[in-house]
Design a binder for this molecule. Structure first.
Ligand SMILES: Cc1cc2nc3c(=O)[nH]c(=O)nc-3n(C[C@H](O)[C@H](O)[C@H](O)COP(=O)(O)O)c2cc1C
Length: 348
């Protein structure tokens, strides 16, 4: 049995040459010609018995159609959602083989593939393939020029719950070498799994925390944001934190209030960009609210609610809005709004 990396341009694809020949993952469509050439260094594409698709993203799967033109009856192995995605991508039938958790596939007397279903690392379809101490981990432990930690933070951190449970499982598996979909092979497998486990560890802190995240250009929204501190609420000015830090605040809070003025009948970019980056996997038990100063039309706090509701997040009552600098009446109404929101959170 031999294993060759037949990938192209940093996109790894692995050929296992045994009594049954297997290709693990493919490369982006534009590199299909080079992939075929690389396979051809060892066997002809017609000699492939199986193609394992660990993940159906463009980078990993889009050359499959070119291989099927040469070997239409090769068995394509993927998860339930992987096979469904391939159907939608090819718009045609193929010889499919469903990978189930811990299912094995014998290649010859000494070599057997095993499939680990690891949904959401990083699509619902994802799985890993294992053979005698070697883990074909697909996008887990990938590099893409960012280092494995950088790749995790950018591409997988929003899936941390799924990563964490996959790592707990992988700790129980005997792994001598990891062959990821991008980057060098990894021999310090325990170290890589430990790193991913630390990065994805679930937050176990104060689950009653309430935070106000605010943007304010001329101080009117900031004035009321600062007023929230008297209720024990933490406040964060978007100008003072990175998006990653603010997302972390959101994920670690039970109640989150977005405070924003209206600019050009819209949400200012700094706030909109943060809202668009919230990941739904992290938002199962949170309550959101919004307030903000405005001059004449005041759409922003309402838009915050619309976006959150469209994404099925729970919002509190109606947004609180006030003209320019809040007067005494607005201040007392605001205090009632914040107090009621805070009490709702701590009494959940
Ligand atoms: C560039 C710009 C665009 C604005 N556009 C709107 C608008 O479309 N609708 C509105 O009600 N107020 C608008 N305003 C007014 C602000 O919402 C208002 O001055 C608010 O009090 C500013 O809050 P801040 O002091 O927290 O920045 C705009 C202000 C600026 C600076």
């Amino acid at each position: 049995m031999s294993i060759y990396n037949v990938g192209v341009s940093g996109y790894n694809a692995y050929l296992i040459q045994a009594e049954k020949n297997v290709l693990i993952d493919t490369v982006p469509f534009e590199y299909a010609g080079e992939l075929k050439k690389n396979i051809g260094e060892y066997i002809s594409v017609e000699e492939l018995d199986y193609i394992v698709i660990n993940h159906t993203s463009y980078e990993r799967c889009s050359s499959l159609c070119e291989l099927l033109k040469i070997k239409p009856d090769v068995a394509v192995i993927s998860t339930v959602s992987g096979l469904k995605n391939i159907h939608e991508q090819l718009n045609g039938d193929f010889n499919e083989l469903l990978a189930k958790s811990n299912m094995t596939l014998r290649l010859d007397t000494n070599n057997t593939l095993k499939f680990f279903i690891t949904h959401n690392i990083d699509w619902p379809d994802s799985m890993m393939t294992y053979m005698d101490g070697i883990l074909f981990s697909c996008d887990a432990f990938s590099d893409e020029g960012k280092g494995i930690e950088g790749y995790y933070i950018e591409n997988l951190s929003h899936m941390s719950d799924f990563v964490y449970s996959a790592m707990c499982f992988l700790e129980t598996v005997d792994i001598a070498k990891i062959l990821p979909a991008s980057g060098e092979e990894i021999s310090d497998c325990k170290g890589a799994i430990k790193l991913y486990k630390e990065l994805s560890e679930p937050y176990d802190g104060d689950n009653r925390k309430v935070s106000v995240i605010y943007y304010s250009k001329t101080g009117n929204t900031e004035k009321l944001a600062k007023r929230c501190e008297q209720f024990g609420i933490s406040i964060y000015n978007v100008a003072d934190y990175s998006k990653k830090e603010l997302l972390d605040v959101i994920y670690k809070s039970r109640g989150v209030i977005f405070a924003t003025p209206t600019h050009n009948r819209n949400i200012p970019f700094e706030m909109a960009s943060l809202l668009m980056s919230i990941n739904h996997f992290k938002i199962t038990d949170k309550l959101f609210a919004s307030f903000g100063s405005y001059g004449w039309s005041g759409e922003a706090p309402n838009l915050v609610y619309s976006i959150l509701r469209a994404r099925h997040f729970e919002t509190y009552s109606s947004p609180f809005r006030y003209l320019f600098s809040a007067d005494e009446f607005s201040l007392s109404e605001f205090d009632k709004f914040i107090k009621a929101f805070y009490e709702k959170i701590i009494n959940i």
